[in-house]
Structures are given as C-alpha cells and as structure tokens.
Write a protein that binds this ligand. Structure first.
Ligand SMILES: Cc1cc2nc3c(=O)[nH]c(=O)nc-3n(C[C@H](O)[C@H](O)[C@H](O)COP(=O)(O)OP(=O)(O)OC[C@H]3O[C@@H](n4cnc5c(N)ncnc54)[C@H](O)[C@@H]3O)c2cc1C
Length: 452
C-alpha cells in the first residue's frame, strides 16, 4: 500500500491503515514530513510555514493526536485579530465591526443595499456567474466595493470577477440579512441561548500547539507510523504512477526507485499526480491538469530582540505588504536566546517574484510595514528566513470546475487510486479536516482489502 505525500493527510491515512494491519509506505519529496504543517529549524529556532495550530473540532482525530503528542501538546486560547480602520477587532470580522466608524448616511446606504440585495436574490434566485457577483449577492454592491474588492484582488492577484463563485461559497461564511438583524439585537442584549453558546464557543476556542511550534505534530505522527511498522521514505519525489489494465501497479521516484502498489492514496497536488500517470492520460486530462493552479506562499520568519511584539496569536492586515503576522511565542513557542521572539510574516506571491526570491526592496517594505504597525523596530530585527511553498492555496479561477471534474473523474475511474487532502482534493481543509480526508480514503482501502 503506497501513500504519496507525507503531509498530515498522508500520515493520518497511514496510521489508520496500520491500525488494521495493512503495510504502508509513504513517499515524501521533502527532507522532513508534514508538508504545509511542517516546522523549519533555522539557527536553533523553529519557524512555521504560516502559523499552524490544531483545532479540536474532530473528536476522533483529536483523540489520536492527543495520544501521540502526549506532553508535547500545549493548549492555547484562540486570539486572532484583524487590523481595520485603525483599530483591532476579533477575526473573523463581525458585521458590526466592519461598519464601525462609518457615517450614519453611509451605514444606511450600505445596510439597505445589503438587505435589498438579499431580498432581491431570495425572490429572483440565480447562480452567480463569478466571485464578484457572488459577493455582491451576499453583501450588496457598496459593501463589496468598500470591503472586499481590493483586498481579494491583492490577496489572490486576481480581480474577483476572474475568480469562480465556488471560491466564495467554500471560503466565505454566509451573512444573511436575518443573521445581521439577530446580531444587531444581540448587541442590545436580546440573544437566543443557542446563539450565545456558539459565540462563546468561538471566542473561547482552545487550539493545540507545541513548544517547538507546528513541527512536533507531524514529526510525532511520522514516528508513530514507523513504530507501527510503516515506512516513511523522505527525499522521495514521485516521478510517475504506473497504470496497467486500468489499475495502479507501481510508482517510480525521481531517483529511479520503483515501489509496487496494490492500493495507492495520493495527497500530492492533483494536477501533478494526473500528469505523472503512465501511460500518458488522454489530451483532455492533460489540458485539465494545465488549467488547475495554486497560489504560492512566501513566509518570512523573523527573529526579533524583543519579548513580545503583538497582542494576539496572529493579526490580519489589509493594507500592508503582508496579509497576516503571527507571533507563535505568544502560543508557547520556545525561542533562543532569551528575551527574543519570532514573527511569522505571511504573504501570497508568484513563484520567482520579489517576495518569493527575497528581493531586498521587498524586505525593506516588510521592515517598514512592521515598523509602521508598531510591531517591531528595524534595529531589533536579528535575522530573517524565507520559507516557500508553491502550492499554498488552490486557486478557484473562473471556469475551473469542468477541469477539476475531468481530473477527478479520470482518477476516480482507477479503482485502486484515491486523490485526497488539500493538494489532492484541490480544496481548503484545515489540518483536522485534511486528516479526516486521509482517514476516509484509508477506510475505503480497508474495506476493499477485506480488513474491516
Ligand atoms: C498559511 C497557512 C496557514 C494555515 N494554518 C492552519 C492552522 O492554523 N490550522 C489548521 O488546522 N490548518 C491550517 N492550514 C491548513 C493546513 O496547512 C492544511 O490543511 C494541511 O496541512 C494539509 O495537509 P495535506 O497533507 O492535505 O497537504 P500538504 O501538507 O500540502 O501535504 C502534501 C504533501 O505531498 C508532498 N508532495 C508533493 N508533491 C510530491 C511528489 N511529487 N512526491 C512526493 N510527495 C509530494 C508535499 O511535500 C507534502 O508533504 C494553513 C494553511 C496555510 C497555507
């Protein structure tokens, strides 16, 4: 049984299979397990590829991870903020915060457009043709222009009208007129009991981390896979996936090593996996693979000679070169030397651009923005390191759906091959969801192998 990719999805799938006595080999292209959730050590300190903390929403997954991590797991209260209109607000931004500081005239204009658009589309429903229209349907045109248009463009490098409506449906919480009125009532103390429970649960959510940051969870999962008899082959990028008589028979790595496969779960990027299949898939499948893209991320890990820089685990910024700054020291990360802290400065980028390569002008801008936001002074920055990932976020470009369906169907038609996880599923799960996706694929293998 082969698993392609040793991120948390692949590692969790491996654990699920090993529990049922199925032999597993994980092929991972990097020198460490964990994928996006891996931690990176530089000069004795650990830097996350974007702050990564585990949610306990999936009881089964959480119990397993809790057992594996033992004393290394630390609990952290969620404290996430957004810088907006010169102030800090709880993130995700609440509607009442979004409209703070607006004149009564503007408020009336934005509010009536919002309610009006929701009523209109309730009586005349239609599928939005792109992300712009989906946002307008949810919030009305004025609020869309005020809040969403430029930020979405800057974040994705694509204007909302060139993004699919699916992106809004899967990434944005629906803000109905009814919810807004309920929230407004809640502000003056008229609140449903259930509503209060949901709010306080969100406010008081406990996240899970470690003193070495995100790195310990995938490292310990990987140790557990090996303890149970599984093999983790690091530095083994998959080059080709051999299919014969409609079934996967083996996988060849870049170094020429060949691994036989009776079943194969792939968590590597779906388009890359499809292109790796031999014999070469039909032209329609190759075209589809060419049309699914990911947004790369460049994460600047910064060591600062200061005890604490921000008053939160992480803060989102709308008008700076970075989108989010995290300070994992505030979640219990141990940093050396004493009296220093680590900042995780996150940006989307394009492969090869200045953010990706670490152009000195980009670094200057980052330092200037950190100073402008009173996060740290340039003279207190000791060192910085760039961490990169080409497949940070799948891009739901306008018209991507048929390409996705073509690839998915082609792979699904191979009965002993599954493509799953964030990269393999071309979707946006958090770590616990990615692990659940791995477990679900593993369960299908277990059934087919008659081990259930
Ligand atoms: C900036 C950022 C912050 C995030 N913060 C959080 C958070 O705080 N909490 C949370 O729950 N989730 C968070 N997430 C989401 C989380 O990172 C993912 O859901 C999860 O890590 C996905 O795991 P995966 O195994 O599906 O994919 P990946 O981690 O991407 O794993 C895929 C693996 O496949 C490997 N691979 C690729 N190509 C090949 C090849 N050719 N051969 C062999 N191996 C290959 C990769 O090296 C990688 O290890 C965040 C995501 C981002 C981008």
């Amino acid at each position: 049984m082969l698993i392609l990719g040793g991120g948390v999805c692949g590692l969790y799938a491996a654990l699920t299979l090993l529990e049922k006595g199925i032999e597993v080999t994980v092929l991972e292209k990097e020198e460490r397990p964990g994928g996006l959730a891996a931690g990176h050590e530089r000069n004795g300190n650990f830097y996350d590829l974007g702050c990564h903390m585990l949610h306990a929403h999936d009881e089964g997954v959480f119990d397993t991870i809790k057992g594996i991590m033992g004393d290394e797991r630390i609990e952290v209260n969620l404290d996430s903020k957004i810088r907006w209109m010169g102030n800090f607000y709880r993130y995700p931004l609440q509607f009442q915060d979004m409209i703070k500081g607006m004149s009564l005239f503007k408020l009336g204009w934005y509010g009536s457009a919002l309610v009006g658009s929701q009523i209109w589309y309730k009586f005349f429903p239609r599928e939005p043709k792109d992300a712009e229209e989906a946002l307008i349907m949810l919030y009305g045109k004025p609020l869309y222009r005020f809040f969403f248009r430029d930020f979405t463009h800057r974040y994705w490098g694509i204007p909302p009208r060139e993004l699919s409506a699916t992106f809004i449906k899967s990434k944005m919480p629906r803000l109905s007129a009814v919810d807004i009125i309920k929230k407004a009532l809640a502000k003056v103390g008229v609140k449903e009991r259930e509503q209060m429970a949901v709010d306080s649960a969100l406010l008081e959510e406990t996240l899970h981390y470690s003193q070495t940051g995100a790195e310990s969870m995938p490292r310990m999962m990987s140790d557990e896979v090996e303890r149970l008899g599984g093999k983790i082959m690091l530095n083994h990028p998959v080059k080709s996936v051999e299919v014969s008589d409609g079934k996967v028979t083996g996988v060849t790595c870049e170094n020429g090593e060949v691994f036989e496969a009776d079943y194969c779960i792939s968590t590597m990027p779906m388009p890359l996996m499809a292109k790796s299949i031999t014999p070469t898939p039909p032209q329609g499948v190759l075209d589809a693979a060419k049309n699914l893209h990911y947004k790369p991320i460049a994460i600047y890990g910064v060591l600062v000679k200061q005890v604490k820089c921000i008053d939160a685990l992480y803060i989102y910024y709308r008008r700076r070169i970075f989108h989010r700054v995290g300070e994992p020291t505030n979640a219990g990360l141990k940093v050396t030397p004493e009296g220093h802290t680590v900042l995780i400065v996150e940006m989307t980028c394009d492969k090869g651009d200045g953010k990706w390569t670490g152009d000195p002008d980009i670094w200057k801008q980052i330092v200037a923005d950190l100073e402008t936001e009173n996060i740290c002074k340039p003279e207190d920055i000791v060192e910085h390191h760039i961490l990169r990932c080409e497949t940070g976020y799948p891009i739901f470009k306008l018209g991507f759906e048929p390409y996705f369906e073509t690839l998915k169907k082609y792979i699904d038609d191979i009965p002993n091959l599954w493509t799953t996880g964030r990269q393999g599923g071309f979707c946006y799960p958090n770590m616990h969801k990615a692990m659940r996706m791995g477990a679900d694929a593993a369960e299908e293998v277990i059934k087919l192998a008659g081990k259930d």
